[in-house]
Design a protein around this ligand. Structure first.
Ligand code: NDP
Ligand code: HSE
Length: 438
């Protein structure tokens, strides 16, 4: 047991999540102390701007513009990094670890790219790094993978882990609104990252997926090995076709084990409306996790925002506090597995899926047989076809749904089809899960 009177915390970054974290530490101080056994003392907060009113009564907490006052303070046990980005966040975290301080961060972009270096530094220095808030905000999915589901071989995870994209796709589906218009609204509401490209191009989801994959399978994952495709090319016409098929389009982060290799991919995915994850709308996140012992599990909640994300940050602080109270450290290895393995991430060419293919077909006799001929030649079997409207000599949408096919074969077939005279533009490809069937 410790002789300490409190767990002393410093927060670097008093923005959205920093303010939520401070509010929870202050407003829920009683329940936190009862659960942990010691109070948390929010000793110092650092931000570039210490004048702005964040609407929080800080009491004796010191405000400073110099993060080093936290990193080098011998009294501080836990340094909470909430500034985001790569620089100087990485330097701050590594300096705190070198000073034997525990770290809590919500910085998925940093962990996806430099996580291995940070985890190794923490293990070497006998401190921990908590990063629950880095994936799906307030949903305790990392803790569930590390602890609640620890007895399972994880088979697959299907996640809606970017609130901005889900918000945009939901508004496009339910209100028929245009992509750009809804994106502006998501930015105004504070859901989007500082650079919304990270959200809409799937990069933020891929950051989160690399962390999920690492924890699910106990393997380091290079961020560049995660296949990433965003939602910026999704058009109302595809959303309408999806509705006709009884499906919704969601940006899914998918990881699964396939013959000893790991699949890690982020892309718009057509799923049947009856799938539980298809009902997850707006800014909400959800993860559908399958383990060999537990079977299917579903996690749902807010993936962003000051209080939900602060909830995860404070839970990490409390885990560290509990370890300090009971005089142990790293009961849970920083990267979850005590013995890790290096698994290969499957190349996108080698995955199989069923596909929604929307051709810009010139509506002339024979076009259907020409396209299906190329698909057949490349081992792609068609399950159903939809054609709407007729405009001779102009491109009309011709939609085909394939059975399971190899991605390499699909790419090869489309490379040929997209150069044919009877096709008026590049084919739209959306992968399908559940083969579009309920
Ligand atoms: P904000 O931009 O709202 O807050 C970051 C704060 O850090 C700003 O006040 C910024 O000041 C300050 N800051 C920047 N550089 C320094 C520095 N060198 N020293 C001290 N303070 C500094 O970001 P969020 O709170 O939204 O995000 C923080 C982290 O949490 C990011 O990693 C993000 O990806 C992650 N996250 C965010 C979620 C959300 O819902 N917002 C959800 C899940 C994770 P200034 O504004 O003056 O630059
Ligand atoms: N921009 C992110 C999102 C914030 O929209 O989900 C939470 O990580």
């Amino acid at each position: 047991m410790t002789s300490k009177k409190s767990i002393n915390v410093g927060i670097i970054g008093f923005g959205t999540v920093g303010a939520g974290t401070a509010r929870i530490l202050i407003e829920n101080a009683d329940i936190i102390e009862r659960r942990m056994g010691l109070p948390v003392r929010l000793k110092t907060i650092s931000d570039l701007d210490v004048k702005r009113d964040r609407g929080i009564k800080l009491g004796s907490t010191k405000l400073t513009t110099d993060a080093k006052e936290i990193i080098n303070d011998p009294e501080i046990d836990v340094v909470v990094e909430l500034i985001g980005g790569y620089k100087p966040a990485k330097e701050f975290i590594l300096a705190a670890i070198a000073n034997k301080k525990h770290v809590v961060t919500a910085n998925k972009a940093l962990l996806a790219v430099h996580g291995e270096e940070i985890y190794a530094a923490a293990e070497k220095n006998g401190v921990t790094v908590g990063y629950e808030a880095s994936v799906a905000g307030g949903i305790p999915i990392l803790k569930s993978l590390k602890e609640g589901l620890a007895a399972n071989r994880i088979e697959s995870i299907y996640g809606i882990v970017n609130g901005t994209c889900n918000y945009i796709l939901t508004a496009m589906t339910n209100e028929g609104r245009a992509f750009g218009d809804v994106l502006k609204e998501a930015q105004a509401k504070g859901y989007a990252e500082a650079d919304p490209t990270f959200d809409i191009e799937g990069i933020d989801s891929a950051h989160k997926l690399s962390i999920l994959t690492m924890l699910a399978f106990g393997t380091p994952v290079k961020f560049e090995d995660v296949y990433t495709e965003g939602i910026s090319k999704i058009t109302p016409i595809d959303i309408e076709f999806a509705k006709d098929l009884g499906c919704k389009i969601k940006l899914l982060a998918i990881t699964k084990m396939a013959n000893g290799e790991v699949e890690a991919r982020v892309h718009p995915t057509m799923i049947p409306e009856s799938f539980p994850i298809a009902t997850v709308d707006g800014v909400f996140n959800a993860l559908f996790v399958k383990g060999d012992a537990v079977g299917n599990t579903l996690f749902y909640g807010r993936g962003a925002g000051d209080m939900p994300t602060g909830s995860a940050v404070v839970a990490d602080i409390m885990d560290i506090g509990r370890d300090i109270v009971s005089g142990c450290v790293n009961r849970m290895p920083v990267a979850s597995f005590r013995k890790r393995q290096q698994l290969k991430v499957r190349k996108m060419d080698d995955i199989t899926s069923s596909y929604y293919l929307r051709f810009a077909a010139i509506d002339k006799p024979g076009v259907l047989s020409k396209i299906s001929g190329v698909l057949g030649k490349n081992n792609i079997s068609i399950e159903s076809v939809i054609q709407k409207g007729r405009q001779a000599a102009e491109a009309v949408p011709l939609v085909m749904m394939s059975h399971e096919a190899l991605e390499r074969d699909v790419r090869k077939a489309l490379a040929e089809i997209d150069t044919m005279d009877c096709v008026g533009g590049p084919t739209v490809v959306i992968r399908m899960e559940g083969n579009g069937k309920a």
